[in-house]
Design a protein around this ligand. Structure first.
Ligand SMILES: [Zn+2]
Length: 274
């Protein structure tokens, strides 16, 4: 179960100089302290500053178990550091606990936005961070710009005692997930679910209902989970998106996505139902 309750997003206009967790990114890689056991943990401010790495941009993002958190952007060629590791954010998903990952994910989104949204889309002039909220401002255009969040759907399609599962080529060998895809302009979420299932697998669904959601910082999605019932059609895989799609009986499941993911929560909910 995902419990991000111990991380709370919050805004401050400046980076505080008291003890805090720092989440420094070199491109998509998060700098963490190497530990035994689970492998890695977030850095405290003093530990991070003692490394002497150059910080390009930094922002306060909230508090983890009451301790402030800071998102930071490092040089893209920042050096390796003894006793530490740069971990791709997707791998940090496995190394950190859920509240740490919630903080790391937001840290990535905020520094990514800060780095990639520096100029006004209207006039091309430089944007300034606002002092009152997490946003950037162009005074000449009188416009505010907020960190983007892109909605993506994920769906468990049920057909009696089977669910529709899919494999992307980048998945670990043997692992299957669920149909997922991005919302298009003008669509309802339910229409998006039905379209993605049809496009990727050739199957028509109905009775689309909401299940739950999860921030997905790769780089700035929110995964919105649904359950839908099979209506008609045989599987025809869109091989430009998927390697394979198949119906799986609850007693013969393939390798499943990691427990922290919304995909796994959707699958476990099916497996645990009476
Ligand atoms: Zn402007």
């Amino acid at each position: 179960m995902i419990d991000p309750a111990s991380f709370e997003s919050a805004f401050l206009p400046t980076v505080p100089d008291d003890e805090a967790f720092w989440f420094p990114f070199r491109g998509p890689q998060l700098l963490l302290k190497s530990t035994g056991g689970k492998g890695a943990s977030p850095l405290r401010r003093d530990e991070f500053l003692s490394l002497g790495l150059e910080v390009i941009r930094a922002q306060y993002i909230g508090a983890l178990n009451g301790v402030g958190c800071v998102a930071a952007e490092l040089q893209k060629d920042a050096p390796e550091v003894t006793g530490h590791q740069y971990l791709d954010l997707r791998r940090a998903f496995f190394a950190l606990d859920p509240s740490e990952f919630a903080a790391a994910g937001l840290a990535f989104q905020i520094q990514y936005w800060d780095k990639n949204h520096r100029f006004c889309g209207g006039c091309g002039g430089p944007l300034a961070l606002k002092q009152t909220e997490r946003a950037k401002r162009c005074d000449p255009c009188d416009r505010d710009f907020y960190p983007p969040v892109v909605p993506a759907m994920i769906v468990r399609v049920v057909r009696g005692d089977h669910i529709l599962m899919t494999r992307q080529s980048r998945f670990p060998k043997g692992m299957y997930g669920l149909v997922a895809g991005f919302l298009e302009p003008g669509e309802t979420l339910e229409e998006c679910v039905a379209r993605e299932v049809l496009e990727e697998t050739g199957v028509r669904v109905h009775n689309v209902r909401y299940f739950g959601s999860q921030p997905w910082p790769f780089p700035h999605q929110i995964m919105i989970g649904f359950v839908a019932d099979y209506l008609s059609g045989d599987i025809v895989v869109d091989t430009s998106e998927l390697e394979e799609a198949a119906w799986f009986n609850r007693s013969e499941m393939p390798m499943l996505p990691p427990p922290i993911s919304l995909a796994r929560r959707l699958i476990d909910d099916f497996l645990n139902a009476d």
